[in-house]
Design a protein around this ligand. Structure first.
Ligand SMILES: [Fe+2]
Ligand SMILES: [Fe+2]
Ligand SMILES: [Fe+2]
Ligand SMILES: [Fe+2]
Length: 347
């Protein structure tokens, strides 16, 4: 998406051609990676996997993020995707009569986060302050691009798949959560310094791809899939070389002045249960006010809540009520004990 935006405002034919070539390779990578899905999963199973990835990726990034303001942005957001996972898992049991524990596979717990109803904020409160490109840790740039992109992909997925459902509650739940993902894209993209030049941003994107493929390659246990990550890393190294040349030519700056002196420690997927429980115990009642965070429901937040819900229960609450009616309980995976928030315990 970034490369397309750059190409659309780029008058230089040579650069446009170079971008088209790189984009064609990126497109092949996207097909290889997305087509690794074997096609046996339902849309809802893939959705649950999406929210699981959002939770584990964001939790890892929050744990590794050196800047306290940026860290807070990830800690805030992760409790919302954590709640989406819970709502979709309940929908899954309701309409497919299966349990999400087969998908999360013991790596994550499934229980209430910050209630989805409360994710609907006035849009102006979704805009955060950006990092400052000259001062921020290079790792912070990688984190912001990674989470921004993951949320963008998630929103697009829900926009495409939500309307393919026939069950009203499923259609509505996707619609509601896709709207929250739009808030998440706004929240995370605003962390990126808009003062970065287009060439600098191109270099950052390609460098981030190198970082991610390298991380996957390091952690991958399946030899066939590991070979894909290695191949893609090699492609990205060439993209990065081209991007650096473009930056030197068009910005007159050395990319070494903006890149990390060495690759940061590999990003890993690993259980974050204890970390998430701590956040659930301490940050569940936060909302945003301007570019900051508060605990109280301020005037603009209350007005937005009244406007959007109009005194009715949103789909994310109705899915729970319908589930409760069918099963006499909600669906949870609590492997480490009861919910850390007293109000969220089942008994
Ligand atoms: Fe790529
Ligand atoms: Fe989500
Ligand atoms: Fe999200
Ligand atoms: Fe690339």
């Amino acid at each position: 998406m970034f490369s397309h935006h750059l190409a659309r405002r780029c008058p230089d034919m040579e650069v446009k051609r170079a971008l088209a070539q790189i984009r064609y390779i990126e497109a092949q990578q996207q097909r290889v990676v997305n087509w690794l899905l074997p096609g046996v999963s339902s849309v809802l199973e893939t959705t649950i996997a999406y929210e699981q990835v959002a939770v584990d990726l964001t939790a890892w990034v929050a744990r590794m993020e050196p800047d306290p303001y940026l860290r807070q942005a990830y800690q805030f957001g992760v409790l919302e995707d954590f709640d989406h996972l819970y709502r979709y898992a309940n929908l899954f049991e309701m309409i497919e009569h299966r349990k999400a524990e087969s998908i999360v596979d013991g790596l994550d717990e499934v229980m209430p986060g910050r209630p989805t109803r409360l994710h609907h904020r006035d849009p102006v409160d979704n805009v955060r302050e950006p990092y400052r490109r000259e001062h921020t840790d290079p790792l912070s740039k990688l984190h912001a691009l990674t989470i921004m992109s993951a949320e963008q992909q998630t929103m697009n997925f829900y926009m495409n798949t939500g309307p393919t459902y026939m069950e009203p509650i499923a259609r509505q739940l996707y619609q509601e959560i896709a709207l929250v993902e739009e808030e998440h894209v706004t929240h995370y993209e605003s962390l990126v310094d808009p003062g970065e030049s287009w060439w600098e941003r191109l270099v950052n994107h390609e460098y981030n791809e190198c970082y991610l493929y390298h991380s996957f390659m390091e952690q991958e246990s399946d030899v066939r899939v590991k070979a894909i990550w290695e191949l893609h890393l090699n492609m990205e190294l060439e993209h990065l070389r081209v991007a650096c040349d473009l930056m030197r030519a068009h910005d007159g700056r050395d990319p070494a002045s903006i890149l990390a002196p060495r690759l940061p420690a590999a990003l890993t997927f690993e259980p974050n249960k204890a970390y998430l429980r701590e956040l659930l115990a301490t940050q569940i009642d936060l909302t945003t006010l301007g570019a900051g965070y508060v605990r109280e429901a301020h005037e603009r937040f209350v007005a937005m809540q009244e406007n959007i819900h109009g005194g009715e229960a949103p789909p994310s609450d109705r899915v729970m009520a319908q589930h409760q009616e069918m099963f006499g309980r909600d669906y949870r995976v609590e492997t480490e004990g009861e919910h850390p928030g007293p109000a969220k315990r089942t008994h």
